[in-house]
Structures are given as C-alpha cells and as structure tokens.
Design a protein around this ligand. Structure first.
Ligand code: GLA
Length: 734
C-alpha cells in the first residue's frame, strides 16, 4: 500500500517511488494540516512541521490568538470566513446570506485502484498501479461534508487530488457553493519562481518564469475554455532549476473551462498554491442530499529538474489519461485542406488533392471547414450541419467512397458547439444561443455559442453528429471551437443557477465527447480550438491528439511545441507541414525543416499538394518514409529537451530516446546562421546507457554513451537560416 495512516499521530503518508506527501489532524480543533511534500521520507512522525506549538499561536493551550493560527497554519484544504485571510479553496453562501465555513476531520477510507469522477475526465489506474484515499471533513453547523480525494500512482511520482462537496441537508436546505478549488499546497518559500505557460492565438503555451513576489499571482481563464492566453498549469521551481537540476512542484488541471492557478506569498514567507475552477461568475446550487464533484489536479514533484517532471507527465498521460485505442497506434499521415483551399473547394478539388497525396504516401484526407449549409465564408451557417450539395454533389457518401477508392481514409471538420446568427438554426431557435436577454451579445468570428445547458440543444447537436458520421465511412473528426464565451446567460436557467452556466457548458462538451467515443470507439478524434486554445488534459481524455496551433510556421512552432511538450507527450501534438511564405507570419523556411519540426507531433500536411513543385513532392515522399521509420520511437520514447532557441536565440534541439536507451533521434534546428563558428557545437545527449557504444548513422562514427552524454556529440553548423537535421543513433553490441 502506498498510503499509510499512522493512528497514534493521526497522520497520513502518501508514498510514490521517489516522493512523499504527508498531512495530519491537528488535535484540538481537528483541522487537517499539510506537513510535507517532496523527496521520499521514511515512515516517521513529521507533525512537528506544522509548528502548532510555536507562539504566538498555541491552539492546544488557548484560543486567544486563533486568527493568528488560522491565517498561518498550513491547511490541507482552507475555507473562508472564519479567519484564514489567505486564498481559500471552498466558499459558500447560505440562504440567510452567511459565508463562514470551518472544516473538522471526520474520518477516512483507503482502497486500492481509483474510482471514476462522475461526468468528468480524470486519470485512471488499476489496483496494481495506484491506491486511493478519501478524507472526510465536515462543517457540523451546516452539515456540509467535504471529501478530499487522493490517488497515488506508485511508480510514477504522481498524486492526483479532487474534492466532493455534499450538502447533507441538516440545517440548510440549500447551500450555494461560490468557489470550489481542487487542490492546495502550503509550503515555506525557498526563493521559488513560478513557471506558467502563456500565449495568444498562433502563439500558444510559451514558457514564462516569474520570481514569486508578496501577494497573489497566477494564471487564470475567464474565457469559458482553458484558452490560448493562459494554461491550467503552474509549477514552483527552485533558483537552480534546469532540465536536470532543481526542485519542481507542478500542478496541472484536468479541466477545459475557466480555471484559477495561483501562488500566494504571505507575510510569513509561506507560499500557498491553489488550483481549481475559477470562481469568476461561479455559483452552484446544492440542494439537500446533492453533491458537487470538482475536477482533478495532477501533482508532480521532481527533485531532478524540469526534464524529469516532463517525462513523468508524459508517461502519466500516456498510461493513465488518454483512453483512445489510437494512443499506442501509428496515426495515419493526413492532409488537411484548410490552408490549401480555405472555403474554396468542391468534391473535384478535394479528390484532386487526395489523388496526388495518395501517390506520395499520404494516408488520410481531412475536409476542413466549409462543407455544410451556406458556408462559403466564416460569417454564417454554423449549426446547419447538412451537406452543401453545391460543393459536394452526391454528398459525403460519394466523396468518401471516392477517397476510400484511392486507398485513403477520410476525416471531417466539425464545430458542434457553435451557432451563427445567420443560420437556419438561429432563425428557428434564437434562444439556443448563450446571451443575456435584452442585451446584444458580442460576436467573435461572427458567431455565438450554443447554450449547452439546454438538454434539447445537446440532443440536436448529438443527432447531427450521428447523422453525419453514419452517412459515410468517416474515420476521423476534427472537433473545433472557435470563439470564447461572453455575455454568459441562458434563457433556460433560473436566476439562482445562472452561475452554473460556465461549468455546465464544459460538462455538456464532455458528455457529447463521451457519447462520441463510446458510440464510435475506433474513431480518431482530434480536438481543436482556433488552434490550441483547448489543449488541456481534460480534452486528452477524449482525444489522443489536439491541434497544437494555427501557426504552422516551423520557427514559431519551436517555442509553441517546446511549451506544449513541457507537459504533453509528442504523440498528442497536432503538427503539419504547410506552404511558404507561411500564411501566419510570412516566413520562408526550407521544406525539410518544416518536415523535421512536424515530425515531433502527429504529422501531416496542411496545403494544396497539387501545387507543390516536383522537388517538394519528392521531399514529401522522403518525409513520409521518415515518419514511418521514426513514428514508433517518437510516440513511445522519452523526450529530452537539449537546447532551447527561446534561451540561446540561435538553435533548438530535442531528443527522443527509447526507454531502454537502445536508440535515439535528435532533432537540431539552427534558427539563425552564425558566421565564423570555428568548431562544431558539442551537444550533450541524454537517456543513453553510459557504458554502451552508439553508432551515429549519418557519420557512421561510433561513440561511447558516456562521451555522448557527458562531453557531447559534435554538431556542425548548417549554412543558412532555418536549417535543420535529424541525427539517428543506435546502440551497437559487440
Ligand atoms: C480554426 C482551426 C483551423 C481551421 C479553421 C476553420 O481556426 O484551428 O485549423 O479548422 O478553424 O474555420
């Protein structure tokens, strides 16, 4: 068992292979306090870490300075209204309008394995892989019960947390939850910095470090989705952090809507880090007997720097979050017509693209936006999910049949959560859009969002998805979501449940994707949101890959993919080769470099292949061969970040090594050429066996694993900007 309850000290210890997490019950008030999270400890009493015997607050002896105690003790799950003035995890409002809440320890339950979180995406594990702990806390006055849920993944240094709140209906018939965060970590500060990912459309998930300052700081979304701009990830890092050194405390939220991830440095130099659903416009009505389940937070501690954290997340998500049967399968190389044609296509055009692509070894055609209703541009028709026969005579059935005859699979783009004001759907059901009665809603890309809190809207959307997927042999869906939520109001919800809309919306998206996955178990689903605005662990539970960014420029992609791969396996990152000048930034890069960068993801093309030169077409054939050769390694291997263009402003370099260290593929991208680099660069590889020898294929040279890792592999400069190369090496057994 990886979870232990020490009866005499009333202490819980959660152990993974290399980490321990310890908390315990404080005697007099029955508070649950957090003692420790970090490198693995032996099993002994560390309750002294809570410092409850240090003046001025000595709760065991008197209540005189209770507030000093409450606002400085390390709480496992802090609540509001009674004297802890730092950030709270749980806030309520009673029908009489009061907000105070004080939780005392009631009991616990330990069991092997992990239960599902109802209606929510969450990690999973067998009884052999993980154990779970539920600790029950209670506010006895309100008869409100809070169950803290933990699962411990023994071999992966991962602990997950979530919370269930139940109104047991004693005194209060109705309690409004106004904030329910999922996890909290109270620690002493040690000059930590906060690492987060920020961005925008076409610039997603760039790494940012900030030294913690006094007060509250963090990363948040109030956009109804996890967003391009912020990401539900936060890590505290020690001053010496690098890929291989330093402490990292990371939290990642398995959720796709509004979030709060925040660190607060208080006047006693303590840090409280919290994560959960953003309380912005959140209120949940809990009737007697009802409960509310919060989404899950994944906690990872690494005492060996960021690289170790990264590989822990990668393994965890590959083994314990992604469910799709495609997770461990080679994905078909696809060609998507979006950048190739935008809205200007018809069956003949698509078949031309498919025929040329098939000859070069591409395996699937994906028809993007513009095939339905009156959709000749992006101003109309969302919601009218009926084939536009003017563009596609004979409908999907004919198109897909012809594509299949070429030996290719067929995939389709959908944006099911949306409604255009100029659509038959809106004309029939204006009240199906999210908007506030009487107030003109703001448009984005000329569209509105469907009110998925209405059961009939969910049924309509599901009915259309089914009709489309059942009408032809469709093997892939790109599920898009191209605007964020504003004017949040529902003609369906009551005044005191409007605050539930944001969360109910996300739950409905999950419900629809759950139906999709269970009805079409072999479908390859790729989530997308104006590029990578909903690239989050919640969506990974349904789709094994997510479109990383609308920016397909190979150089912009370096930072986007570096930030994404900080947490997500390469097998999840949608990455395509497109034409130059690049449509987003106008940059011209070699076709080869675009291929090498896209190979670090799911790989495909986003162009009109019929317009490529003969030389480019030959390069496609080469890239297809590279994909087939290296995909298994890239999908299942360990990822190492060797150098970052973001930091050195010259070149980028990453490596994927097989778990057994037998082979590795290094990708080197020289962003800017540099004159007079007299010698080659020595790049230190990782993940090899130091005592083994390796043959570098390109040079046919043999090197010791130790030399490659500790002294480096010589990599010569390439002539020109934006050049790249792949270096493959494998172990030689003599
Ligand atoms: C979003 C997606 C693109 C494309 C367009 C279509 O921007 O990210 O890949 O599908 O929508 O409108």
């Amino acid at each position: 068992m990886s979870i232990r309850f020490d009866e005499s000290n009333r202490l819980f210890q959660l152990d993974t292979l290399n980490t321990s997490y310890v908390m315990g019950v404080q005697d007099r008030f029955g508070y649950l306090l957090h003692y420790y999270y970090g490198k693995k400890l032996g099993q002994r009493d560390v309750s002294y870490l809570a410092r409850t015997n240090e003046p001025p607050y000595t709760p065991d002896r008197n209540e005189r300075e209770k507030l000093a105690f409450l606002s400085s003790a390390p709480f496992e799950y802090p609540t509001g209204g009674v004297g802890d003035f730092r950030e709270h995890c749980l806030e309520i409002r009673t029908q009489s309008g009061f907000n105070a809440l004080e939780l005392g320890y009631q009991g616990f339950r330990i069991y092997p394995g992990k239960k599902k979180l109802e209606g929510l995406p969450a990690s999973f594990g067998t009884e052999a892989e993980c154990d779970s702990l539920e600790i029950t806390l209670e506010d006895s006055l309100l008869d409100l019960q809070v169950v803290l849920q933990y699962s411990v993944f023994r071999d992966l240094d991962v602990i997950t947390r979530s919370v269930r709140v139940c109104n047991r209906g004693g005194k209060e018939k109705v309690i409004y939850l106004t904030k329910v965060l999922s996890a909290c970590l109270d620690m002493d500060n040690a000059d930590y910095s906060m690492l987060t990912l920020h961005g925008s459309w076409a610039r997603e998930r760039r790494m940012q470090y900030r030294l913690l300052g006094y007060g509250r700081q963090g990363t948040f979304s109030e956009r109804g989705e996890s967003s391009h701009q912020e990401h539900p990830f936060l890590a505290l890092t020690s001053p010496n952090v690098s890929q291989t050194t330093g402490d990292v405390y990371a939290m990642h939220f398995v959720y796709s809507g509004n979030f709060q991830a925040q660190a607060e440095l208080d006047s006693y130099d303590q840090v409280r880090t919290v994560m959960g659903i953003n309380p912005y416009h959140f209120s949940w009505k809990l009737e007697a007997g009802e409960s509310f389940q919060s989404p899950e937070v994944v906690l990872v501690y690494s005492d060996a720097g960021l690289g170790n954290m990264t590989r822990t997340f990668h393994r965890f998500y590959r083994r314990h979050l992604i469910r799709s049967p495609w997770r461990d399968r080679k994905r078909p190389i696809l060609i998507n017509n979006w950048e190739g044609t935008y809205f200007d296509f018809n069956t003949d055009k698509l078949l031309d693209i498919a025929a040329s692509a098939a000859k070069l070894g591409v395996e699937m055609l994906v028809m993007d936006d513009g095939w339905f209703g009156n959709r000749f541009d992006d101003n109309r028709a969302l919601g009218d999910w009926y084939v536009n026969e003017e563009k596609l005579p004979g409908g999907l059935e004919r198109l897909v049949r012809e594509v299949n005859k070429l030996g290719m699979k067929f995939g389709i783009w959908l944006e099911p959560e949306m409604i255009s004001p100029d659509s038959d759907l809106y004309r029939a059901h204006p009240d199906w859009a999210i908007q506030i009665p009487g107030r003109k809603p703001g448009l984005a890309r000329n569209q509105l969002v469907l009110d998925l809190t209405r059961p009939e809207v969910v049924e309509y959307v599901w009915g259309r998805i089914r009709a489309i997927l059942d009408s032809a042999n469709i093997e892939y869906v790109k599920w898009d979501m191209n605007r964020q939520l504003s004017d949040v109001g529902s003609a369906f919800l009551e005044a005191d449940t409007q605050g539930e809309l944001y969360h109910r919306y996300v739950l409905a998206v999950y419900e629809l994707q759950e139906r999709l996955c269970s009805t079409y178990p072999n479908l390859l689903l790729e989530n997308c949101s104006g590029g990578g605005a909903r690239f989050d662990p919640g969506m990974l539970y349904y789709s094994p890959q997510i479109w990383c960014s609308d920016d397909t420029d190979a150089i912009e992609r370096l930072s986007i993919q570096e930030g994404t791969a900080l947490i997500y396996p390469l097998s999840t990152m949608g990455a395509h080769v497109s034409v130059c000048p690049n449509h987003t930034v106008g940059r011209v890069t070699p076709f080869e470099t675009r291929g090498h960068v896209a190979l670090a993801g799911t790989f495909g093309y986003e162009l009109d292949i019929t317009k490529l030169s003969e030389e480019e077409q030959r390069e496609v054939t080469n890239q297809v061969a590279l994909y087939h050769r290296f995909q298994d390694l890239i999908r299942s291997g360990d990822y190492y970040r060797l150098a970052s263009y973001r930091e050195n402003h010259q070149y980028d370099c990453w490596e994927v090594a097989s778990e057994d260290g037998r082979e590795a593929l290094v990708t080197f991208v020289q962003v800017m050429g540099r004159p007079n680099n007299f010698h080659s660069r020595r790049i230190k590889l990782m993940g090899l066996c130091p005592e083994a020898e390796y043959l570098v294929e390109e040079s046919q040279q043999i090197y010791g694993g130790d030399a490659l890792m500790y002294a480096g592999l010589p990599v010569e400069d390439l002539w020109g900007d934006f050049r790249s190369k792949l270096i493959y090496l494998r172990r030689v057994d003599r």
